[in-house]
Design a binder for this molecule. Structure first.
Ligand code: PHE
Length: 332
């Protein structure tokens, strides 16, 4: 019967579907023909016959609808997209300048055999201060305006990455040679020259017979890799509780070459880091015998190094995320 034919209908393409439409639903199609026969049906059967016919018509139509997508597809065929057009370029993100410089610092020290170590940004008093030869009431604590964590008076936002130095010494695997990059926090009013957070890279080397000459040579190598072979260094005596002797290191001004500019405040020198020989008290705090082992440590600000390298003269630029600033580091 037609009903079975319709139910079994499975068109393979639009042409078969069109043939079906003409056969059943066209103006001279079977549905129209059967409806034409209605006039011959006796009045008392008209209602029943009408229902049967309508059901048949609906079946024929619904089957057509079910395969209608075949005709739509065939209409979409043709050159609607030009596959030879070049693609749309998506905008490329850039690395943050601080990350660029941090990566560079780390990779220079990796060449010297240092490996990377990190630690928590919320620190306890022991790792941030006390173990670093800064017991309670030590005046040097005032050098670093500390953020305390409200939940626990023993917790601080670390004020320097020297806390990672402490954690590495605590592990007690000697000799050790690590570089520790990370974010640090100080309670300072935000301005062009100060921010409440910034980034440091700490270095630590402990072994038998490590001397101040090793410290100087290591940092000199770093400077020539970072700023070029003509850069000069000088060390000035300084004070840090966890190193003795301590020094600050300057490099010859990379902007004016010593002629005088804003970066070096017309002195020809730019301070870039603090350093020194690890204090015997700190070694003892971690059960390391200062008669057997010696070591050096240094810490530099990544913002500072970036400022020298790229002449970024306002610390706030690093965290404002202004794309006009960030895009200047596109090629890095
Ligand atoms: N922790 C010091 C600071 O934040 C830097 C430093 C690190 C100095 C290691 C000496 C040795 O200023």
């Amino acid at each position: 019967s037609y009903e079975q034919e319709i139910k079994a209908f499975q068109p393979a393409d639009a042409a078969e579907l069109e043939a079906y439409r003409i056969k059943f639903l066209g103006t001279k199609g079977i549905v129209k023909q059967i409806f034409g026969e209605m006039k011959n049906v006796p009045v008392e059967q008209k209602k029943e016959a009408g229902q049967v016919l309508n059901a048949f018509k609906q079946l024929a139509e619904s089957q057509y609808e079910a395969f209608k997508h075949l005709t739509e597809n065939s209409q979409k065929k043709g050159p609607s997209i030009d596959e030879t057009l070049p693609g749309t370029k998506l905008p490329m993100g850039t690395r943050h300048p601080l990350r660029v410089v941090e990566n560079e610092i780390v990779s220079i020290f990796e060449k010297l055999g240092f490996s990377v170590a990190t630690g928590p940004e919320i620190e306890d008093d022991w790792h941030n201060f006390t173990s670093l030869n800064m017991p309670e009431h030590h005046p040097a604590r005032d050098m670093q305006d500390t953020f305390y964590v409200a939940q626990n008076p023993d917790w601080v936002l670390r004020t320097h990455t020297s806390s990672v130095q402490a954690r590495i010494m605590e592990q007690g695997n000697l000799p050790v040679r690590v570089i520790c990059p990370g974010r640090v926090y100080r309670n300072e009013t935000i301005s062009a020259r100060a921010h409440c957070f910034f980034h440091q890279c700490e270095g630590l080397y402990i072994d038998k017979n490590v001397s101040f000459a090793d410290l100087k040579q290591t940092l000199y190598y770093f400077v020539t890799e970072m700023f070029g072979p003509d850069t000069k260094v000088r060390f000035r005596p300084s004070y840090f509780p966890f190193t003795e002797p301590s020094a600050e290191m300057d490099i010859s001004c990379t902007v004016c070459g010593g002629k005088g500019c804003n970066l070096c405040k017309h002195t020809g020198w730019v301070e870039i880091l603090g350093c020194g020989m690890v204090h015997p008290n700190m070694l003892r705090n971690f059960g390391i015998d200062p008669e057997v082992y010696t070591g050096f440590a240094f810490g530099m600000g990544v913002e500072r190094i970036t400022q020298v390298k790229y002449q970024v003269n306002d610390l706030r630029l690093y965290s404002q995320n202004d794309v006009r600033f960030l895009r200047q580091f596109q090629s890095s």
